[in-house]
Design a protein around this ligand. Structure first.
Ligand code: SAM
Length: 231
């Protein structure tokens, strides 16, 4: 998968050179290219923002540098992901969907966001535009959202996970939160691992895990159970 990120803080994306996303880059599974938006700002100060039409606080990202940066990336046929608190909420299903794309281009906003004409133009230029929020809170910029989205998407690429089974059982994959997990030792600081997990009875373990998933979900995220019959 090819991923392009346009940002005024290219260093932010260095975290994707670490751990498994870094390994995915070295193995060729992920072709990540980070671009500095200011390379497309041509005044002495490399300005990318201006005051908002209609007044109000803050600055807005100018359309010209964005237009030029996206033109240079030739986004026709790509999926342009624009992080914004007013986008669709990013979920595991969104990550799955994006993991099927060959090419993702991310546009990291700063200040009060990007001039609204930029996404309209990108859609007209043939990109699939997805405005995506990573949650109901406001960050200073799109970079942290891109780190989260890229990590969630790339780990779903075939060949990324050593053991693809671990993906199947995760939180949100079946609409539930994952059951609690334990490792050795069986007893630690007076706390014992639930005996069923030591029983060797695979059926009983599977039932216990399912019940724990349901219990946890009902307790912590009852909204996820809405619409489930007899859950
Ligand atoms: N004025 C904007 C609003 O109220 O919707 C907030 C702009 S925010 C300070 C600057 C940038 O951070 C946004 O353009 C976006 O790229 C990013 N951002 C902030 N919160 C986000 C969120 N919850 N999800 C995704 N991106 C976010």
């Amino acid at each position: 998968m090819r991923v392009d990120v346009v940002t005024i803080f290219p260093e932010y994306l260095r975290a994707l050179d670490l751990s498994l996303p870094g390994k995915a880059q070295r193995s060729g599974l992920l072709d990540l290219r980070v671009h500095d938006l200011r390379d497309h700002a041509h005044d002495r100060h490399r300005t990318v923002d201006d005051t908002p039409y209609g007044g109000g606080a803050g600055m807005v990202m100018k359309p010209e540098p964005w237009g030029e940066a996206l033109d240079a990336l030739d986004i026709a046929g790509a999926t342009l992901v624009v992080p914004t608190p007013s986008g669709e909420v990013f979920r595991q299903a969104t990550a799955r969907e994006l993991s099927t794309r060959e090419r993702l281009v991310f546009a990291c906003g700063r200040y009060e966001g990007i001039d609204a004409r930029v996404v309209e133009h990108a859609a007209e230029a043939g990109a699939e535009v997805r405005e995506v929020s990573i949650g109901d809170y406001v960050l200073n910029g799109g970079e942290v959202a891109v780190l989260a989205i890229v990590e969630a998407v790339v780990r779903l690429l075939p060949g990324f996970m050593g053991n693809p089974e671990s993906l199947v059982e995760e939180s949100h994959e079946d609409g539930l939160l994952e059951y609690p997990v334990y490792t050795k030792p069986a007893s630690w600081r007076g706390r014992d691992v639930p005996p069923v997990l030591l029983s060797g009875d695979h059926g009983a373990v599977a039932r216990w895990r399912r019940e724990e998933s349901l219990r946890r979900t009902a307790e912590r995220r009852p909204d996820l159970l809405g619409g489930r019959d007899g859950a």
